[in-house]
Design a protein around this ligand. Structure first.
Ligand code: IMP
Ligand code: MG
Length: 196
């Protein structure tokens, strides 16, 4: 497949991603369905953070075969189009679902500093959630600034700026079917133009 010019190195292929999502879904079903059968409404509430989690959420839920699931979304801003988080994340679009007494599974693209998910976890418990678990497809553990860990993660990734499979640069490149380290030298003078 032709690589996007901003790709320095593909680190995880589409095939590897798909395989991992199947494994994650299996282990999450085992946890909720086989081991914790006291789910409120027998349903897990999958909460995706827009927009990065969309490709992961889409593939993840189709792998759930035993578990009833509901999908909801919220929007949190932290990067604002840059390649580094600007600091304090904030909720830019809330969900109007009633989280009280619900079993929430946060479905996320990547954990870096951990600030976004720490905020969302506290927010959900504040709304009365019965349980809050985290599943992220990518985990940038070296970037961690706060005490926050995923209950399930797909891949450990390097502490570099990544693009693809939901991860964006200036709201583009979320559509790449693989995950790549971005070419930071090219990014410095990058102009969006017609791809050759
Ligand atoms: P955290 O609050 O620092 O954990 O940041 C989490 C959010 O930052 C993720 O949900 C992503 O939207 C974004 N993010 C973190 N690392 C990257 C990256 O390498 N590329 C693109 N977005 C990223
Ligand atoms: Mg995100």
């Amino acid at each position: 497949m032709k690589k996007h010019p901003l790709v320095k190195k593909v680190i995880i292929s589409k095939k590897q991603i798909n395989k991992k999502i199947k494994e994650l879904a299996k282990s999450i079903e085992k946890y909720y369905y086989d081991e914790h059968q006291d789910l409120n409404q027998n349903t897990v509430l999958c909460l995706g953070l827009l927009k990065g989690s969309v490709p992961f959420m889409a593939k993840f839920i189709e792998q759930l075969t035993k578990l009833e699931c509901q999908t909801e979304y919220m929007s949190v801003a932290s990067f604002e189009g840059n390649i580094e988080a600007t600091g304090v994340p904030r909720i830019t679009a809330d969900s109007n679902v009633d989280f009280s007494d619900r079993d929430v599974l946060i479905v996320e693209d990547i954990i870096d500093s951990g600030r976004t998910l720490k905020l969302i976890k506290e927010y959900l418990f504040g709304k009365g959630a019965k349980s809050v678990k985290i599943c992220t497809i990518f985990d940038k553990k070296e970037g961690r600034k706060v005490d926050l860990h995923a209950d399930w993660y797909g891949f450990d990734v390097p502490h570099k700026f990544l693009i693809g499979f939901g991860l964006d640069y200036q709201e583009r490149l979320r559509n790449l079917p693989y995950v790549a380290i971005a070419d930071e030298d090219k990014i410095k003078n990058w102009q969006w133009k017609k791809l050759k």
